[in-house]
Design a protein around this ligand. Structure first.
Ligand code: ADP
Ligand code: ZN
Ligand code: ZN
Length: 751
C-alpha cells in the first residue's frame, strides 16, 4: 500500500504529495487518509499528512521509504479535502491548508500534537498475567512491555519509554487480548467560559420564530447518512483506514439566510435548530465572531447543551484546545461553537453549520491562508450535505443575493426599533454635539445606561509641533503615531512601534506640542467627567486584552446605570435589556475610506449599534454624529431600512462588477527597497495579463512595517480561472531568483 503524504513544511517550494511505502504494521493499525505520520525526508524527519492511499506508485517501489511512525492524531478524510481546498482557493500551500484541520499543537514545539498520548493508558489483562507465567511465545519488546505493566497501568507513551514496547507492539498485544488500552479516567479539563448575560431558556417562541424555525427544519438534511455513524468509535493509534468510497450523497440543501432585526431572537432559533439536528443523530457547527467580545452567544449554547458543546477559541491554551478538539473527534461533544477556525471542527456527520452575525469582519483570516470562514462554511456544508444557516440584522449583499431568506421582521418583545437622530458636526467644537450632550445628561439624571461608539482608539490621532509643524510619524510605516496618554506613549497602530510621549520637538526644541483628534481613551475621560456619578467602562483593543473585554461587559451589565464607550467592539451582538441610549461618533469616518465596502460597513455599524438600544422593557434612542449626515448609508441605517440599503447597494455593485457580481483578488508585493517589489509586481502583472485575466496596478501602497508595497487588483467574473491565473503568476515569479527578496501576499475576496 502506498501513502501519498503531504509534508508539513513552510517551504513554498517543497510540494508534495510524496509516496511512501506502508508496511503491514501501519496498514494493520489503520493508517489512512488523515493520519499524521513521521516520515524520513532525505536526512531529516518530517511530519506529514496522508492525503491519499494508492495501490501502486509511479516510482520504483523498492526505492520508496517507509514512514517512521504514525502519531496518535488523525483527521477525518473530509477535512483533509477541505484543508487542501482552502490551500487552492486562497492561493496558499497544502501544508498551510492542512495545518488548519490538524489537532491543535501539531507541528509546533516538539512537533507532536500536544500530549496526545497522555490520555491513553495500557493495563494488563488476566490473559496477559497468565501469558507472562505460562511460557506463551512473546517478542522481546512485548515481554518487557507486559512486565512493565505488572505493577499497574501505564500511559502508553510512558510504556514505550520505559520498556521500548512501541505502539505497534502495544497494538498487537491488545489484539491478542493480553492488555487493554483505555482513555485514562482523567477527564480533559473543560475551559471555563464567561457567560455574560446568558438568560436561561425562553418560554415560547414568537409566531415569527416558529415560522422561521419551521422553514429551517424543513431544509435540514435527512438524518445520518450511511457513510459514518453519528459517533465515531475510538481509534488507536491512528487513521481511518482506507477512506470510504465516495458515496453519492444526496445534494446539500440550499443555504438559508436568517435576516432578523436586532433583538428578534435569532439565537433562540439557532438553538432550536441545533437541538433538532442533535435529535436526528447529527452534529452541528456554530460560528460566532470573536468569543472574547461576544461571550453571550457561546454562553447560551453551553447553558443549553452542556458538555455536548465544545468551545474552540483563541484564548484557550493549546492544551485546552487540544482537549476540546479531542472531545469533538471522539464524539463526546457534538456541537462545536467558536470563531472562524471552528469551521474546521473535527466533526463527522454534520447536519447544520450556523454563521451568526454573518456580516462580521472577523470571519476573514488576516494571515496566510487568507480564508473567509463564511465561504469555507458554505463549501463544507455543500460537501457534507449539511444546511448552511447564516444570520444577521445587517446581512452582506453577497448572502442576500445568493441565499434564500428567512425573516424575523420584529423584536421579540414587539417593541419598535429605537428612533435614530442624525446630527451634523460641521462647525461643532469638541467631540460631542449639543444633542448628544442633552441625551447623555438625560441618561445621567435617570441613572440609565448608554453605549457610545467611536471607532478610533487612543487619546488623540496625532501630534504636531506648534512651532515648526513637525508631525510625529512611524519610522516604519507612512502613518502618524497615536497618543496613548495613560501608557505614556505614542504608538503605531500598524506595526506596534512605540515611543515615549515627547515633551519637546526634536527638530526645533519647542515645547508647544498640539494634539489633534479624539480617540476612545480621551472620550472615556470626558464621559467620566460628564456622567459623574455613573461609572464609565471602556472597551477597545487597549482594554480588551486577556479577558478584559468580557470583564468590561460583565461590569457594565451588572451596573445599575453607566456608560460603555469604545470602538466597534461595543456594537457586536450584545444583548443588554436596559440600554436606553446609543451614540455613534464620527459615523461617516468609514465612508471616507476609498473602498467599495465602505457603505456596507457604515450601514452595518450604525444599524448594529442602534440595535443595542431599547431592548427589554426600556425605551431606546440613538444619536448619530457625522460630518455629512445626508450620506445615503447613514440615512438608510437611521430609518432601519436594511432592504432599501441592500437594493441600492446591489444595484451599485452590479454596475461596477464588484462582489457578489465579480470576485476581487489582491496581490501585494513588498520589499525593503521599492525597486524589487515594483519589479515583482510588474512581472506578476504581465503574467496575469498573459492569461487573459483583467488586472489593475501596480499601485503603490503606504509603507508598512518598513516595507515598500505595490498592489495589483484582479476583478474577475470567472473566479476559478482568475485564481488559477494569479496562482500561476505568483508561483512563477517566486521562482525567479533574479528579482531579489520580495514577499508576496495574495488575498482572495479581500475585506
Ligand atoms: P438577536 O440575536 O436577534 O439580536 P437575541 O437572540 O439576542 O436577538 O434575543 C434578544 C433577547 O430576546 C434575548 O434576551 C433572548 O433571551 C430574548 N428572547 C428570544 N426569544 C424569545 C422569546 N420567544 N420570548 C421571550 N424572549 C425571547
Ligand atoms: Zn518643532
Ligand atoms: Zn508602524
Amino acid at each position: 500500500m502506498i501513502a501519498k503524504v503531504e509534508p508539513l513544511t513552510t517551504a513554498r517550494a517543497l510540494r508534495g504529495p510524496f509516496d511512501y511505502l506502508m508496511g503491514d504494521g501501519l496498514v494493520a493499525d489503520g493508517v489512512g487518509v488523515g493520519s499524521v505520520l513521521v516520515v524520513p525526508f532525505g536526512p531529516r524527519r518530517m511530519l506529514g499528512v496522508v492525503v491519499e492511499l494508492a495501490e501502486t506508485s509511479e516510482l520504483d517501489p523498492s526505492r520508496l521509504a517507509e514512514p517512521i511512525e504514525a502519531l496518535e492524531a488523525d483527521v477525518p478524510a473530509e477535512l483533509v479535502r477541505l484543508g487542501l481546498w482552502v490551500a487552492q482557493e486562497y492561493v496558499s500551500t497544502p501544508a498551510r491548508g492542512l495545518a488548519l484541520v490538524l489537532p491543535p499543537g501539531t507541528g509546533t514545539g516538539s512537533g507532536r500534537p500536544t500530549k496526545a498520548r497522555e490520555s491513553l493508558a495500557a493495563s494488563l489483562t488476566a490473559a496477559g498475567h497468565a501469558a507472562l507465567e505460562d511460557g506463551t511465545r512473546l517478542g522481546s519488546r512485548q515481554r518487557t512491555g507486559l512486565e512493565a505493566l505488572t505493577d499497574g497501568p501505564l500511559r502508553v507513551s510512558d510504556l514505550a519509554r520505559v520498556s521500548g514496547c512501541d505502539h505497534a507492539s502495544v497494538r498487537r498485544l491488545e489484539a491478542r487480548g493480553l492488555l487493554v488500552v483505555e482513555r485514562t479516567a482523567e477527564a480533559p479539563r473543560r475551559p471555563t467560559l464567561r457567560t455574560v448575560g446568558a438568560r436561561g431558556p425562553v418560554g415560547r417562541l414568537t409566531a415569527d420564530q416558529e415560522a422561521a424555525l419551521a422553514q429551517i427544519v424543513a431544509s435540514l438534511p435527512r438524518g445520518p447518512s450511511s457513510g459514518g455513524g453519528g459517533v465515531p468509535e475510538q481509534r488507536f493509534p491512528s487513521g481511518t483506514g482506507t477512506p470510504p468510497p465516495p458515496r453519492t450523497a444526496p445534494p446539500a440543501p440550499e443555504p438559508l439566510l436568517l435576516h432578523g432585526v436586532t433583538g428578534s431572537g435569532k439565537t433562540e432559533v439557532y438553538l432550536r435548530s441545533v437541538e433538532e439536528v442533535l435529535d436526528r443523530g447529527q452534529t452541528a457547527i456554530v460560528l460566532v465572531p470573536e468569543i472574547g467580545l461576544t461571550p453571550q452567544t457561546a454562553g447560551r449554547f453551553v447553558e443549553r447543551f452542556g458538555d455536548t458543546v465544545a468551545v474552540l477559541h483563541s484564548q484557550l491554551t493549546t492544551r485546552e484546545r487540544y482537549d476540546e478538539w479531542t472531545r469533538l473527534r471522539g464524539g463526546a461533544a457534538r456541537v462545536a461553537v467558536g470563531p472562524r477556525s471552528a469551521v474546521f471542527a473535527p466533526l463527522e456527520n454534520v447536519g447544520l453549520i450556523v454563521v451568526d452575525e454573518e456580516h462580521d469582519g472577523s470571519y476573514k483570516q488576516e494571515g496566510d491562508p487568507r480564508y473567509d470562514a463564511r465561504t469555507v462554511a458554505e463549501r463544507r456544508a455543500r460537501d457534507c450535505g449539511a444546511l448552511l444557516l447564516a444570520g444577521s440584522a445587517t446581512p452582506r449583499p453577497e448572502s442576500v443575493l445568493r441565499y434564500d431568506r428567512v425573516r424575523l421582521p420584529e423584536r421579540v418583545d414587539g417593541r419598535p426599533l429605537p428612533p435614530v437622530e442624525l446630527v451634523g458636526m460641521a462647525g461643532v467644537k469638541g467631540p460631542l454635539h449639543q444633542r448628544t450632550r442633552d441625551a447623555l445628561e438625560h441618561v445621567r439624571r435617570a441613572g440609565e445606561k448608554a453605549i457610545v461608539l467611536l471607532n478610533r482608539r487612543g487619546w488623540s490621532n496625532f501630534l504636531t509641533c506648534g512651532d515648526c509643524g513637525r508631525v510625529w510619524e512611524c519610522p516604519n510605516c507612512d502613518v502618524t503615531l497615536v497618543l496613548h496618554k495613560s501608557a505614556g506613549r505614542v504608538s503605531c497602530h500598524h506595526c506596534g512601534h512605540r515611543e515615549r510621549v515627547p515633551d519637546s520637538c526634536p527638530d526645533c526644541g519647542s515645547v508647544s506640542l498640539a494634539r489633534h483628534g479624539v480617540g476612545t481613551e480621551q472620550l472615556g475621560a470626558e464621559l467620566e467627567r460628564l456622567m459623574d456619578p455613573l461609572p464609565v467602562f471602556r472597551l477597545d483593543a487597549d482594554t480588551a486584552t486577556r479577558g478584559g473585554a468580557a470583564e468590561a461587559l460583565e461590569r457594565f451589565e451588572a451596573a445599575e446605570g453607566g456608560v460603555l464607550v469604545g470602538t466597534q467592539m461595543v456594537a457586536k451582538g450584545h444583548d443588554f435589556p436596559d440600554v436606553t441610549l446609543g451614540v455613534v461618533l464620527d459615523a461617516d469616518a468609514t465612508l471616507r475610506f476609498p473602498d467599495f465596502r465602505s457603505e456596507e460597513r457604515t450601514f452595518a455599524l450604525v444599524a448594529q449599534l442602534a440595535g443595542r438600544s431599547g431592548r427589554g422593557g426600556s425605551e431606546g434612542r440613538v444619536v448619530v454624529q457625522a460630518l455629512d449626515p445626508a450620506a445615503p448609508a447613514l440615512r438608510l441605517a437611521a430609518a432601519h431600512d436594511a432592504d432599501g440599503f441592500l437594493d441600492v447597494e446591489l444595484t451599485r455593485r452590479e454596475a461596477l462588477s464588484y462582489p457578489p457580481y465579480g470576485s476581487l483578488i489582491r496581490v501585494v508585493c513588498s520589499s525593503e527597497q521599492a525597486a524589487p517589489a515594483k519589479a515583482a509586481a510588474d512581472a506578476v502583472l504581465g503574467l496575469i495579463r498573459a492569461a487573459q485575466t483583467p488586472v489593475l496596478g501596480p499601485a503603490p501602497l503606504f509603507r508598512l512595517k518598513g516595507r515598500e508595497r505595490f498592489q495589483l487588483v484582479v476583478k474577475a467574473t470567472d473566479r476559478a480561472a482568475a485564481i488559477v491565473a494569479v496562482r500561476t503568476a505568483v508561483e512563477t515569479t517566486v521562482a525567479d531568483r533574479s528579482l531579489g527578496p520580495v514577499k508576496y501576499a495574495v488575498d482572495v475576496d479581500p475585506q
